[in-house]
Ligand binder design. Structure first.
Ligand SMILES: C[S@@+](CC[C@H](N)C(=O)[O-])C[C@H]1O[C@@H](n2cnc3c(N)ncnc32)[C@H](O)[C@@H]1O
Length: 291
C-alpha cells in the first residue's frame, strides 16, 4: 500500500483514523482519497519528492526509470505524441515526457497535488517554468473529460488504479480516449503484497490475511466515514480487468529490487524487495477496433 500509515488528520483535535477492511463504493472512495491527497500532498512531496525527481519518470519505489525501461516505447519515438498521465500527482513523469518532446496532459483528482505540479513547473526546484510543456487537469479518472481517441499514449505510475473501487471503469475510460492501437502502461502495488502486513521489516514477511480477500483497506474517522481507501485486485483480476476493458495485455513487469536502492518507502524496503515483488506494471495496448 502506497501510503505510509501514520498520516492522520492534520488537526490535532481530530482522532487518528481507524484502519479496517470493509466495503467502499466508487463515489465514497474518490471522495475519501481526494481529501486524503489534498491533506497529505505537502508531506508526501516533502518525503518522496527527491526520490521522484522533478522531471524523472519513476514507475515504482523500486526505482525503475522509464528512461531505461522504455515501457512506453523508445524515448526517441515519444516526440510529438499526445500522452495522458492518469493520477499524475505533481506531474514528475509528465515533465520527463515533455522533455522528450511529447505533449503530456497530467490529470489528478487532488487540487493540492496539482498545486505542487505548478510549483515545480514554475521553477522553484529547477523546473522549466511556464514553458514546461505540461497541461494540468483536475478530474476523477473514473470520468475523463476528453474526447474519444484524443491521446496516442497513456501512463500511470501508482495513480488512481490502486485507489478506485471500479478499475474496469477507469480502464474503459482510458481506452476510450486513446486512439486505436494506443498503449497504456500502469503500475500498481503487486497483488501478493496484500496478504502481508504493510511493514518494511521482517514482520512484513509473514502472511497474515488471505490473498483472495478483496475487501478494501479503509481508514475511517470516528463517525465511520472513509478518509482513505485502497482496493485490492488479485493478479488474475487485474488481467481480466485489462482484457475486459478492451486492451491486449503485452507484458506484466515485476521490477526486482536493485542493489543501488537503499531507500524505504512505506512497506517497500530492500529487505522485502530482495524476496518478493512490490510492484506490478501492466503494459497494455488498445485493440485496433473503434467504438
Ligand atoms: C501515489 S500518487 C502517484 C503520483 C506519482 N506518480 C507519484 O508517484 O507521486 C497517487 C495519485 O493518484 C491520485 N488519485 C487517486 N485517485 C484518483 C482518481 N480517482 N482519479 C485521479 N487521480 C487519482 C492521487 O490524488 C495521487 O496524486
Amino acid at each position: 500500500m502506497i501510503q505510509d500509515g501514520d498520516d492522520g488528520p492534520s488537526s490535532e483535535a481530530e482522532a487518528e483514523p481507524a484502519a479496517v477492511r470493509r466495503r467502499a463504493g466508487g463515489a465514497e472512495s474518490s471522495r475519501a482519497n481526494r481529501a486524503w491527497w489534498d491533506r497529505n500532498a505537502d508531506e508526501y512531496q516533502d518525503e518522496h519528492g527527491s526520490f521522484l525527481g522533478d522531471a524523472r519518470f519513476v514507475w515504482c519505489p523500486e526505482g525503475l526509470d522509464e528512461a531505461q525501461a522504455g515501457l512506453l516505447g523508445p524515448a526517441a519515438g515519444l516526440r510529438g505524441l499526445r500522452v495522458l498521465e492518469v493520477g499524475a500527482g505533481a506531474a514528475q513523469c509528465s515533465r520527463w515526457l515533455a522533455a522528450q518532446g511529447a505533449r503530456p496532459v497530467a490529470l489528478d483528482l487532488s487540487h493540492r497535488q496539482l498545486q505542487h505540479a505548478l510549483r515545480i513547473g514554475d521553477g522553484e526546484h529547477g523546473g522549466a517554468g511556464e514553458g514546461d510543456g505540461v497541461a494540468l487537469v483536475e478530474a476523477d479518472a473514473r470520468s475523463l473529460p476528453f474526447a474519444d481517441g484524443s491521446f496516442d499514449l497513456g501512463c500511470s505510475a501508482f495513480g488512481a488504479l490502486p485507489f478506485v473501487a471500479d478499475p474496469v471503469r477507469v480502464l474503459r475510460e482510458v481506452r476510450r480516449v486513446l486512439r486505436p492501437g494506443g498503449r497504456f502502461v500502469f503500475s500498481v502495488t503487486h497483488p501478493m503484497r496484500w496478504a502481508l502486513p504493510d511493514e518494511p521489516g521482517p514482520e512484513g514477511l509473514t502472511v497474515l490475511s488471505s490473498y483472495f480477500d478483496r475487501t478494501p483497506y479503509v481508514e475511517e474517522d470516528e463517525r465511520g466515514r472513509a478518509v482513505y481507501v485502497e482496493h485490492h485486485r488479485t493478479m488474475g483480476d487485474r488481467v481480466r480487468d485489462v482484457v475486459s476493458a478492451g486492451f491486449r495485455l503485452l507484458d506484466v513487469v515485476e521490477p526486482e529490487w536493485p542493489g543501488w536502492n537503499t531507500q524505504e518507502w512505506g512497506g517497500w524496503s530492500p529487505l522485502r524487495g530482495r524476496l518478493i515483488p512490490g510492484t506490478a506494471i501492466f503494459v497494455c495496448e488498445r485493440d485496433e477496433a473503434g467504438g
